[in-house]
Design a protein around this ligand. Structure first.
Ligand SMILES: [Zn+2]
Length: 90
């Protein structure tokens, strides 16, 4: 499978998950997409990495996450499971 194809596929699944109103189902989509990416050794783009919680697989959307900047880092917190992710900020 071509890497570019997988990346597109991932984006597609993420966008479906974002639109999904059933949160459990949306999380399941993310989980499946990430599992497929892992198996295919696909690097998940930074943009996608910022859009879900790696712990509970929630899709970040308005109201269920917080984002703040601190000492050159972007700190993303999932308000569902309180998982915190830090990204270098340029
Ligand atoms: Zn979470």
């Amino acid at each position: 499978m071509k890497k570019q194809f997988m990346d597109e596929e991932l984006r597609r699944i993420f966008s479906i998950a974002k639109k999904e109103k059933n949160e459990a189902l949306a999380s399941r989509y993310i989980e499946i997409a990430l599992e497929a990416a892992r198996k295919s050794h696909i690097k998940i783009s930074k943009e996608l990495k910022l859009s879900y919680c790696p712990k509970c697989f929630s899709v970040f959307k308005r109201g269920n996450f917080s984002i703040r900047l601190e000492k050159g880092k972007k700190i993303v917190k999932c308000l569902k499971c309180s998982h915190v992710k830090r990204f270098p900020y340029k």
